[in-house]
Ligand binder design. Structure first.
Ligand code: GCU
Length: 400
């Protein structure tokens, strides 16, 4: 049968509790998926609708993206790269700043890492030409005064982004400050969620969907550039922006490799998990990240007709790497490994390989199959060593 329309999805009380994980290869009405065509034409669209309906909220259709290059430095990073600071105008209404750094040494269009950041593009490199964000900023980031960026924050997250190291490995890097798309403020919507307002419907988009949709609009522009290889786009993000990276990758097949880093609940960790953050906790601390319906599951995550392995399955056959840190139990690293294992049957079904590790890999040992996993010692953070793994995994999976 054809995928159900949102309106036909069961109300919360009609959903059965499923203690185990829902089978990604069984439709909501119980029909088993037995052919690739069925997966592509029926189950995949159904899962996309289910995630929008019960969890993330609705993705609006694309809007026109206009670009203005504000500044070009062909000799950035000591001559290693060309740096551009670009304004993207979405739907003629909403502006975001894009930082694009492309290696000068390359034989053709470059593969690219695309990601949202927490602290502004100016924090990712100590370069005075990069514009400061003009919108709301997280108060705990260096140089932020009264929730606004100042010059003091320049270069503060150079190690988090390790751009020069990635450029040396032949990748371009494209960054946008998440708050340029939608400020992460639980009380006020003033980014794309305000501009392309969906009202108070229980399926109206939450901020994670808004960020992911913003990434899709950045891609609309990147794929038009001769210096970028549109078939070699990697999406990466840390924590809440890792949840965003996975959602963006699951919903957009232009993304070739998906890398959520320490994403945890609401992204890579199971809703049904018992370690770290819970559905109730995330909905209480960050109610704006998800839609209204998701709150219904606070005390009943087993009633969700999917779990996060289904979001991973939506990426198939494209490679997905989950990366973690040992001390970051809030993000449930073991539960994340289980999500990859539970997505594996879909990858195998599509002939795409899958999870090679039979149990969670040892610290510092990359399992680099189509479903990849890596966990290092240490805490919740993103650093140069993480970027070495990102580049290693991407280089293996992105074929020219
Ligand atoms: C909080 C939140 C997590 C989130 C993290 C982050 O810890 O509970 O869900 O991933 O912030 O974004 O850093």
């Amino acid at each position: 049968m054809a995928a159900l329309l949102h309106a036909d999805f069961p109300t919360f009380d009609k959903l059965p509790a499923q203690k185990g994980l829902p089978d990604p290869l069984v439709m909501l009405d119980g029909t088993r998926v037995t052919t690739k065509v069925q997966w592509v034409n029926e189950r995949r669209p159904e899962l996309k609708k289910l995630f929008q309906h019960y969890m993330y909220g609705e993705f609006p259709p694309p809007v026109k993206v206009e670009a203005t290059v504000e500044h070009t430095d062909p000799q950035a990073l000591g001559g290693k790269a060309t740096l551009k600071d670009i304004t993207l105008t979405l739907g003629g209404k909403h502006k975001v700043h894009l930082l694009l750094v492309v290696p000068n040494k390359r034989s053709g269009p470059a593969p690219v890492f695309v990601g949202l950041n927490f602290a502004g593009n100016h924090a990712a490199l100590p370069d005075k030409a990069i514009r400061l964000p003009t919108t709301w900023m997280y108060g705990n980031r260096k140089g932020v005064k009264n929730n606004r960026a100042t010059d003091e924050g320049r270069g503060a997250e150079t190690d988090t982004w390790a751009i020069e190291q990635t450029i040396e490995r032949g990748f371009a890097v494209a960054l946008v400050y998440s708050g340029d798309i939608e400020p992460d403020d639980k009380d006020t919507r003033r980014g794309v969620q305000a501009v392309f307002d969906q009202g108070k419907s229980p399926t109206a988009w939450g901020t994670i969907a808004a960020w992911a949709w913003g990434i899709h609009r950045v891609l609309d522009y990147l794929v038009t550039l001769p210096e970028i290889d549109a078939r070699r786009i990697v999406v990466v993000g840390h924590s809440r922006l890792g949840k965003t990276a996975l959602l963006a990758g699951a919903f957009d097949e232009r993304i070739a490799v998906v890398m959520p880093h320490q994403a945890g609940m609401g992204g890579t960790a199971p809703n049904r998990g018992t370690v770290g953050e819970s559905v109730k906790r995330i909905n209480t601390s960050f109610p704006h990240w998800f839609n209204g319906n998701y709150k219904l599951f606070n005390d009943a995550p087993a009633k969700l007709p999917f779990d996060q392995h289904c979001l991973v399955a939506l990426c198939a056959p494209r490679p997905v790497l989950f990366t973690n840190a040992q001390e970051d139990s809030w993000a449930n690293p073991d539960g994340q490994f289980e999500m990859l294992q539970a997505a594996d049957p879909v990858f195998r079904f599509l002939g795409a390989g899958g999870m090679e590790a039979k149990s969670r890999p040892e610290l510092g040992t990359l399992s680099d199959g189509t479903l990849g996993y890596w966990i290092r010692a240490g805490k919740h953070s993103m650093n140069r060593d993480d970027w070495k793994i990102f580049a290693q995994y991407a280089a293996k999976h992105l074929k020219k």
